[in-house]
Structures are given as C-alpha cells and as structure tokens.
Ligand binder design. Structure first.
Ligand code: SAH
Length: 458
C-alpha cells in the first residue's frame, strides 16, 4: 500500500492517542503519524519528517486546538534534553495515561479480561519533582571552560545545565560546585573525538533519608591534578558529602564507568533507607533511583503477598535484594536470585547490615537456577519476579507453572512484556487479580507496576 502522506508536506490533523513513548498519534486516511509534543484531542498542522512502511513521523508546526490536559513544561531545557517526555501533560493526565498504557497492553498483548482484572489508577507522587537520587553528567568544554550537563537529544553534543527539575536539588548543587571548582583549577574535560583530556563524567549519589552524598570523578587516566585542594573545597562546602571516589575509564566507549575504582576521601559507601531497611551504596552499586516510590511499589507487592510468616518465597531478579529483604521481615524464608555477582555481594551485605538471617542469595540466571531448585525439590508458596525490560525467560515461566506457588507477584517496568508473560501464566493455571501501576519516574514515559496472580484451585 502506498503511504497517503509525503515527506515535507504539511497536513491538518486531529490527534487521537498518545503512544507509550509520549508522542501524539494522528491518522491520515488510516495511516498513523507519530508527532512529539501533541496530546489526544488536540488539532493542528504537522510537517511529515519521515515515512516508513505503515507509519510515519511528523513535527508539530502549530496547534489550533489544545487539550485541557496541556500544561507549560516548567523545565527550560525540556525540548533539547529528551530525558523527560511528558512534561507538557498535566501530572493528573500523566497518571491517567500510564494506567491506560497498562490496561491496553494487558488487553491487547496479554488477552487479559480487563473486566475481571482490576487495573487500579496509577499511584503518583504528592510532589513529582526532585526525586532522582543519582546525577550522572557528561563533562565537556566550551571556549576553553568546563561544562557539564546532558547530551542534546540524538547528538553527542554536551549542553551545559544548571538545574534538572526531576533531580534532587542537593545533587544539582554538588554538580554545579564541582564543575565550578574544577573550572577554577583548569581541569580539562575528556574529548571523545581525540580521546584526550581527563574528566569524563561527574556522578553524584544522594541518600534522601540519611542526607549522605557521594561524589564520583570518572576520569580517563589514574592521576588527579590538584587533588588535595579540590577535595578540600568540596568537603568544606558540603558536609553531606561522606565519600569521594575516582573511577578510571581509559577506553573509547559510551559506557560511563571503567573497571577501576578508588576511594579518595571518606567512606567507600553511603547509606540510604527504604522503609526500615538500610542499604549500603557504593559508586557502582545498583540502587533504586526513586526510593520514595520504590517503597510504595514494594509495599504493594507485600500487600499482594499477604504473608503470615510461614511462607517460603523466591525473589527472582533480586538485584541488591530490596524485595527479598522487604519480604524476609514477614516470611519464613526468602531465596533471591540475580545474575550480577556484585549485586549479590551487595544483597548479602545489606542482609547483614539489617540483621536479617532468613534470606539466601544466589548468583545465576533465574531461568536456569530456579528450574534446578525445582528439580532438587525446593518448594515455594510465593514467587516474586522483578525482571528487566525484556521480561521473564520462558523456562522460568514454565518452571513457575510446574512449581505451582499459590501466588505470583510480578513487578514490572515494561507493561508489554508483563502482558506477554501474564498470558503464559494464565494458560498455565493462574488468574490475574489486580494490577497496580506506580509512578516511579514522573514526567518520563516509564511505567512500573505490580500484578497479583493467583493459582486457580484444581
Ligand atoms: N528488585 C531489584 C531490581 C530488579 S531490576 C532491586 O530492587 O534491586 C532487574 C534485575 O534483574 C537486575 O538486577 C538484573 O541484573 C537482573 N537480571 C537480568 N537478567 C537476569 C537473569 N536472566 N537472571 C537473573 N537476574 C537477571
């Protein structure tokens, strides 16, 4: 079929929908055009910028009718940055949109009967700003001076940034100060093209509950010009800084961290809490970006599990053991499985730090290790999964079906793979009771949710 639109032509359109990536959808003779920054119900003119097989992309030229959900994006760099996709949609509108994304994925991909499964309204944040606890800013130079900020959308050009509105303001203040101090000492930024220069990234991590901060210098080489003075200035200015670390990345790569990390000042770790559980965070350890909403999400998982203290729980894709430790307080025994050895080291350290003894952590692929446990006769009353975006391995889902836990609590960061996996579990004898979307990343397209599946009595 010939596309009914042509590149560079201008069309009058009505926007009907919003993709899960936050682009408006308009149809021209049934042919979908994806247009950033447009909302359902809006009308306007669009210039076609790309035509693909079956769909195209457009650029919004003018809006002739605006949505009541439209709001002025408060961030001045919103359009250049691309880190957020939904700032032009009111927060209420974002929460409704995220619920709809989950509902549609479950109905379309999961073939879930959404009249029987309750898909709750998204739980949002009371203050959906200043939530990120980790700033990771690339460093560059402009007219000889150090700059640090973000890569302009779809480019490798660094734009200087003073403030990121979804970032904890403490992080931004520290980044600004470190940048200014380094500039004063004539520190050279890493130059990607020439593979020369020194400072590649400034990373700041912040424990919101403990008010402890860590500064990481990611550098091309192991030296550190003006080290004593730079560290002294940072620690004098920010009593919250408990740890300053250097990570060396000598490679030509987009990967931020290198293999070698050394502590320059203070402790190797900072600490933070989610609920009553403490976590040790090192420069490279994984830690949830929004601990406030993580607690909301995992509290929901705990509520769905409804533990009495007698249960054996398996936590697949356990990371640093956040869910395992949450559940261990209420279960008889928890087994956590995770593929990254460092994360399991952290999980074990965190268990010890909190005096939790009824957990065991193992390194391995969930889809390989759990089938082995099943063969060895290990039984589970509840299986929790929290997989990466690609969802659960098929052999894990088949093992869950064979192990017949009473409940599966599925924590997901991708409604599409959640829906795909739910369809398999439903075929294997489970029913999806409830799904709770939780907004972990306000103003971005990301949607997290927690689903409760129960085994149907035979
Ligand atoms: N609940 C965890 C985060 C889960 S994120 C926490 O709070 O720490 C998903 C995790 O799955 C990541 O830690 C990732 O390393 C791990 N992972 C990815 N593929 C895996 C696999 N095949 N088997 C086990 N773990 C895996």
């Amino acid at each position: 079929m010939e596309a009914p639109v042509k590149k560079n032509q201008i069309y009058d359109v009505v926007f009907e929908d919003l993709t899960h990536e936050g682009a408006g959808v308009a149809k021209i003779s049934g042919f979908p055009l994806f247009v950033p920054n447009a909302l359902p119900g809006e009308q306007g003119t669009v210039k076609v910028v790309k035509v693909k097989k079956g769909y195209g992309y457009g650029r919004l030229m003018e809006l002739t009718k605006t949505s009541p959900d439209r709001t002025e994006a408060p961030c001045p760099i919103y359009k250049q940055c691309g880190g957020c996709q939904l700032q032009h949609l009111s927060y209420e509108g974002q929460l409704r949109h995220k619920q709809k994304v989950v509902k549609e994925a479950l109905a379309r991909i999961g073939k879930v009967d959404v009249t029987k499964t309750t898909i709750h309204p998204t739980i949002g944040m009371s203050d959906p700003w200043n939530y990120r606890n980790k700033a990771q800013v690339p460093v560059g130079e402009r007219e000889g001076g150090l700059i640090a900020g973000f890569f302009q959308k779809r480019t490798h050009e660094i734009i200087d940034m003073e403030r990121c509105l979804i970032q904890q303001s403490e992080n931004d203040q520290i980044v600004q100060a470190v940048k200014a101090i380094c500039r004063r000492y004539g520190i050279r930024a890493y130059d990607e093209q020439a593979h020369k220069g020194w400072l590649r990234h400034i990373v700041v991590r912040y424990g919101e509950m403990t008010k402890q901060a860590m500064v990481v210098f990611i550098t091309r080489t192991a030296d550190f010009p003006h080290k004593k003075r730079i560290l002294a200035e940072i620690t004098a200015k920010f009593p919250s800084v408990q740890s300053i670390v250097q990570n060396i990345n000598p490679k030509r790569t987009n990967v931020i961290f290198g293999d070698e990390t050394k502590v320059l000042w203070g402790s190797e770790y900072i600490y933070d809490c989610i609920g009553s559980i403490q976590f040790a965070i090192s420069a490279r350890s994984f830690y949830q970006i929004n601990p406030v909403q993580t607690k909301v999400l995992y509290d929901k998982a705990l509520e769905y599990a409804n533990l009495t203290g007698e249960e054996t729980v398996i936590d697949a894709y356990c990371g640093i053991g956040t869910i395992s430790l949450f559940f261990a307080q209420k279960a008889k025994k928890v087994y956590g499985v995770e593929i990254v050895p460092d994360a399991i080291e952290d999980a074990k350290r965190n268990a010890k730090l909190n005096g939790i003894e009824n957990v065991e952590f193992a390194v391995g692929e969930a889809e390989t290790l759990i089938p082995k446990w099943h063969q060895q006769g290990i039984k589970a009353d509840i299986i929790v999964v929290d997989p990466p975006r690609k969802g659960c391995g098929e052999s894990l889902l088949q093992t869950i079906i064979a192990m017949k836990p009473k409940k599966v609590v599925y924590v997901s960061c991708n409604p599409a793979t959640l829906a795909r996996d739910i369809a398999i579990l439903e075929q294997g004898g489970y029913e999806t009771k409830e799904v709770q979307p939780v907004d972990m990343f306000p103003h971005t397209m990301h949607v997290e949710c927690c689903a409760l599946l129960m085994r149907i009595e035979e």
